[in-house]
Design a protein around this ligand. Structure first.
Ligand SMILES: Cc1ncc(COP(=O)(O)O)c(C=O)c1O
Length: 312
């Protein structure tokens, strides 16, 4: 087993010891925010953007984590440096978790008292990527679930929070429909919102369309995808997209930190476009791979091979 360490409120502790109390508000209410950044070639990708979103999420839920964003960035780099010998030359996640800490009813029962808990962990992406490696060539299957996106006026999905039961319910529904299918959430008006861990794009007549950023998490990879498309001279618009648009799209894809960008070749059991990864998708994947110096789809394939013997 790897001897990774976790940043824990200013100290570094062995990963197996990084546990929150049953009295922590995170466990009681899902009352916490988080971030997941990844590396390419063991260098963080858009870390500052992830931290800016983390601080916006903290502000939304009114948690003062006690660190400035610069201090959080330094703590992140120190966590990575301390773990590098244990990360086997692989690319890895960098996860920031901030809980509100224990409620005052239980303050004497918890080592940290009522202070928020800030933790940062690192973990190779072997299993994350192995699980989706096939999709880069065959494409994912997106299905609409009865579970909808939570409207921003309830719990704003722009804040990356762990009150995620609705995403899990949607995942369970999707998997009941077909093993491996991925859930697509609509908003309360019936327009496409997002996946349960990803943002959605489609292409029509050479133009890229993506849902308006209201009832969604504004993904860092979503922004990266927009930036690469623009660099390639491809127009991108944020618009209301309904299921009919997805069904008749030339191409559909999703973006998220672990896998960057994945093609969607089936939507609600029907073929999307030509049923293979599309041309615009492929150009963006190539630009992304070149920019980060990692062949993203090939890496996923390598990690699939590795996952047969590798354990976290
Ligand atoms: C609900 C949701 N939407 C979108 C995303 C994609 O965000 P990012 O590209 O920042 O990883 C995520 C990532 O976990 C997510 O949980």
């Amino acid at each position: 087993m790897a001897n990774r360490v976790v940043y824990w409120n200013g100290s570094f502790i062995p990963e197996p010891d990084a546990r929150v109390s049953i009295f922590d508000s995170a466990l009681m209410f899902g009352d916490m925010v988080f971030e997941m950044t990844r590396t390419f070639g063991q260098k963080t990708f858009r870390l500052r953007e992830h931290l800016e979103r983390l601080y916006a999420s903290l502000d939304y839920v009114e948690i003062d984590c006690g660190l400035t964003i610069d201090e959080m960035e330094s703590a992140t780099h120190e966590t990575i440096e301390r773990n590098l010998p244990e990360l086997e030359g692989l690319d890895f996640q960098v996860m920031h978790d901030v809980t509100r800490g224990s409620g005052s009813l239980y303050d004497t029962l918890v080592k940290e008292g009522t202070a928020p808990i800030v933790s940062i962990n690192t973990m190779p992406l072997v299993r994350h990527l192995a699980g989706v490696s096939d999709h880069y060539t065959k494409g994912a299957h997106l299905v609409i679930t009865p579970q909808q996106a939570v409207p921003a006026r309830y719990i704003d999905p722009k804040a990356k929070n762990r009150s995620r039961l609705h995403y899990q319910l949607a995942n369970l529904h999707a998997l009941r429909l077909e093993p491996g299918a991925m859930a697509l959430l609509l908003d309360e008006r019936g327009f496409v919102a997002e996946g349960t861990g990803s943002n959605v794009f489609m292409a029509r007549e050479g133009e890229v369309l993506t849902p308006k950023p209201h009832d969604i998490l504004r993904g860092v990879s979503r922004q990266a995808c927009v930036d690469y498309a623009k660099l390639l001279g491809i127009a991108v618009r944020e618009v209301d997209i309904d299921p009919y648009d997805v069904r008749t799209a030339d191409e559909v894809w999703i973006t998220s930190t672990p896998f960057a960008i994945l093609p969607v070749t089936r939507f609600d059991f029907r073929t999307v476009g030509k049923g293979v990864p599309g041309e615009i998708y492929s150009r963006i994947l190539k630009a992304w791979s070149e920019d980060v110096g990692v062949n993203i789809s090939r890496q996923a394939e390598e990690y699939r091979g590795l996952s047969e013997t590798w354990t976290p």
